[in-house]
Design a protein around this ligand. Structure first.
Ligand code: ADP
Length: 274
């Protein structure tokens, strides 16, 4: 069943001004429950605008976003609830940490959901576990943590709201290669255990190839491709024409998959090339 769909979705910035720009142009797509979708496209192709319409931060200029079959703007007063169901992790989310302790920060979302204190704490602790934050982190100040740890606290804060759809915008940006691989495997693990839908926006074709079941390619505000990861990366020449650099690794991985070989979702480049 589709968890989230768009129908002729269009979003235009600055309508009625000389700076008018249609950032999402007539996009109709359907994402199934439990899918792991990769979202790629060159800078300015409309990725960020698209994901913000999916969780109701931006209201479509025309067309619809349907969550479990229902137009999210049908009852504008309920749009806040949509933002819990479609959780969004922005780029560099650690800039939004503000509570005294890690546990309080992770609990912030669930505390706004009308749950009991016990339920809030359970959700927060579980979310911390998903991102590999052990018990001894929970009472620390988020400001004592390393960059990668802060990032994980911020992601846990969204996971704690138990969203049906989790959208992550460049979650590994700025992390060192080890931190990146670790976070990515935690996201894959979370997705496997929770079984919800994940949409991962990334510049890293490698990260997308390792994780996604299907890949959506945005080009110049339009949906250029939406197909299995293998099928999309098999069209490497077209991707390169859209300004996307497809490193050798993705070609190798698509070959592996094509051959029906099991591909470890957290396979490192070195392992894949060897
Ligand atoms: P991406 O996330 O793929 O880089 P964006 O959705 O951020 O793409 O941007 C798509 C287009 O919309 C770009 O041309 C960008 O300049 C424009 N745009 C984005 N945000 C705004 C804004 N707040 N006002 C006007 N134009 C914007």
């Amino acid at each position: 069943m589709a968890v989230i769909e768009t129908k002729n979705l269009t979003y235009t910035y600055g309508e009625g001004t000389p700076f008018v720009k249609t950032a999402v142009d007539n996009v109709s797509l359907s994402i199934e429950e439990g899918e792991f979708v990769g979202l790629i496209g060159h800078t300015g192709s409309g990725k960020s605008t698209l994901i913000q319409t999916l969780n109701g931060l931006l209201k479509p200029t025309s067309g619809q976003v349907l969550l479990k079959g229902k137009d999210i703007w049908e009852e504008p007063k309920k749009i806040r609830a949509v933002r819990f169901q479609v959780g969004m992790v922005f780029q560099y989310p650690e800039h939004q940490l503000f509570e005294e302790t890690v546990l309080k920060d992770i609990s912030f979302g669930p505390r706004n959901m009308g749950l009991s204190d016990q339920e809030i704490e359970e959700k927060a602790r579980q979310a911390a576990q998903f991102v590999g934050l052990t018990e001894d982190f929970l009472e620390k100040s988020p400001f004592e943590l390393s960059g990668g740890e802060k990032r994980r606290v911020a992601i846990a804060g969204v996971i704690a709201m138990d969203p049906d759809v989790l959208i992550l915008d460049e979650p590994t940006a700025g992390l060192d290669p080890r931190g990146r691989d670790k976070l990515l495997s935690q996201i894959v693990d979370y997705h496997k255990k929770r079984g919800n839908t994940v949409i991962l926006v990334s510049h890293s074709m490698e990260d997308i190839a390792k994780t996604a079941d299907r890949v959506l390619v945005m080009d110049d505000s339009r949906e250029a491709m939406f197909d299995s990861t293998r099928a999309v990366f098999a069209r490497g020449d077209e991707l390169e024409q859209m300004g996307l650099r497809v490193p050798q690794i993705t070609k190798i991985m698509s070959v592996l998959k094509e051959k029906g070989w099991p591909v470890d979702p957290v396979l490192t480049v070195e392992q894949a090339v060897r």
